[in-house]
Design a protein. Structure first.
Length: 371
C-alpha cells in the first residue's frame, strides 16, 4: 500500500498570518516566515482562556433581628454557568485576506471570505532566524492573548527537514536548532497556545540513520520540555503522520522515543497535516496510536481538517487534487474522547504547486474547496 505524506515546503512568505507590533503595524522583525503550501510525496505505507463564569453573589449572613419569627428569604441563588469554550485565534493578515480585500467584486468573493478567510488557521515558523524568532512568536501570542483567544503555532526548522525533499531546509544542526527552540519558547507568553511541533519530523524520519534518529528525537523531546517550562499553559503535540502512513504501533514507538508519552514535554499527537484523510479515519487512528503509546490518560490528539471534507483521492494524487473540500471548521471543542481539537494547520487555497506556484494563494482552488 502506498500513502501520501504531508511534506511542507518552506519559503519566506506568510501562510495566512502576519504578526502585529505594539503600535499595531506589521514589521519584518515580527513577521512569521512560514510555509508555502505543503506539497505531498509518496512514501511507503506504513486549554482555554478563563472567561469569567457567573458565580453566585455571596449572601450576607442574616443579622440578629428582634422579630420573633423572621420569614425565610425567598431570593434564590443565581445558578452557576459553565465557562465558555476557548476560541481559536485568527491572525488578521493572510494571503486569503489580501485576496478578499483586493477582489470585492469577484463572483467567488463571498464564498472564499465566509468559508475560508474568516476561519482561524495556524501560523508557521519555517525560517531559521534566531535573532528575530522571539519577536515573531511574541507578536502572535500577545495579539491572541489580547483577544482572549488561543493561537496555533507551528515550529518547522528541524535539521534535514523533509529528508532532502521539496521542503528541505531548517537549522544547520541540532545544536543550532536547540538554541532556536529556546528563543522560540521565549516568545510564547503566559496564555494558552497550541504548538504543532515539526510536521513530518517523526513519521518521516526513515531517511535518517538510527543514531541520527535518536539525536533528532532527543531534540524534539527537549523542545517540548522547553516550551512547557517557558509557558505551563502551552499544549505541545507531536507528529503522528496520518491514518494511511505508518501503522499505529510503529508510529507510537517512534513517538515514544521523541518524548510524546511524557507529560513533561507532551500533550499528545497531531495527524493529517496538509492531507486529505477523513476525520473519522483520523479519530480512529489517533486513538490507536495513543493506546499504543501509553503515557498519561490525558494525552490527546489534534487533527488537521482543513482539506479533508471529501476524503483522500482514490488515486493518491497529492498536488491540489480536484474534488477535495474543506473539512470541519477549526474548534477546541470536538465532543470526541481524546480528540482535543480540529485545526486548520494547512490553509485551504494555498497551492501545492499545480494550481499555482507552491505556497501562493489560488482563488480558483480555494473556491473549488469551499463551494
Amino acid at each position: 500500500m502506498v500513502a501520501a505524506a504531508s511534506v511542507v515546503v518552506a519559503v519566506g512568505t506568510v501562510t495566512g498570518m502576519l504578526s502585529a507590533l505594539d503600535d499595531g503595524r506589521p514589521s519584518d522583525d515580527a513577521r512569521p516566515l512560514v510555509t508555502r503550501s505543503p506539497s505531498l510525496r509518496t512514501l511507503p505505507a506504513v486549554p482555554s482562556p478563563s472567561p469569567t463564569s457567573a458565580s453566585p453573589s455571596p449572601t450576607s449572613p442574616t443579622s440578629a433581628s428582634p422579630k420573633p419569627s423572621p420569614k425565610p428569604s425567598t431570593s434564590k441563588r443565581k445558578p452557576e454557568t459553565a465557562a465558555a469554550p476557548a476560541l481559536l485565534y485568527r491572525h488578521p493578515d493572510s494571503q486569503v485576506l489580501d485576496w478578499v480585500k483586493a477582489h470585492p467584486g469577484d463572483s467567488r468573493h463571498e464564498v472564499i471570505e465566509s468559508r475560508i478567510a474568516d476561519r482561524p488557521a495556524a501560523v508557521w515558523f519555517a525560517d531559521f532566524t534566531p535573532s528575530t524568532i522571539t519577536a515573531q512568536v511574541r507578536a502572535v501570542t500577545s495579539a491572541a492573548a489580547a483577544q482572549g483567544r488561543v493561537p496555533v503555532v507551528v515550529p518547522y526548522t528541524v535539521p534535514q527537514r523533509d529528508c532532502g525533499g521539496a521542503s528541505e531546509g531548517g537549522a544547520p544542526d541540532l545544536a543550532a536548532y536547540d538554541g532556536w527552540i529556546d528563543k522560540f519558547a521565549a516568545g510564547l507568553g503566559s496564555g494558552e497556545v497550541v504548538i504543532v511541533l515539526e510536521p513530518d519530523s517523526i513519521a518521516q524520519s526513515d531517511c535518517l540513520s538510527e543514531g541520527q534518529q535518536a539525536d533528532r528525537f532527543a531534540s524534539l523531546a527537549r523542545a517540548g520540555r522547553v516550551f512547557k517550562a517557558a509557558n505551563p499553559k502551552a499544549r505541545v503535540y507531536y507528529d503522528a503522520g496520518h491514518s494511511d502512513w505508518n501503522p499505529a504501533v510503529k508510529q507510537a514507538s517512534l513517538l515514544d522515543q521523541a518524548g510524546a508519552a511524557s507529560p513533561a514535554s507532551s500533550d499528545g499527537i497531531f495527524t493529517n497535516v496538509s492531507n486529505f484523510h477523513r476525520t473519522s479515519d483520523e479519530i480512529a487512528y489517533a486513538r490507536q496510536v495513543l493506546s499504543a503509546l501509553g503515557g498519561p490518560a490525558g494525552l490527546g490528539a489534534v487533527i488537521d481538517t482543513s482539506r479533508n471534507g471529501a476524503g483522500a483521492p482514490a488515486d493518491g494524487e497529492w498536488c491540489d487534487p480536484p474534488g477535495r473540500k474543506i473539512g470541519q471548521a477549526p474548534t477546541l471543542t470536538t465532543g470526541q474522547a481524546r480528540i482535543d481539537a480540529y485545526l486548520w494547520v494547512k490553509l485551504p487555497g494555498e497551492s501545492d504547486g499545480c494550481k499555482g506556484t507552491p505556497g501562493t494563494f489560488s482563488a480558483e482552488y480555494a473556491y473549488e474547496l469551499a463551494r
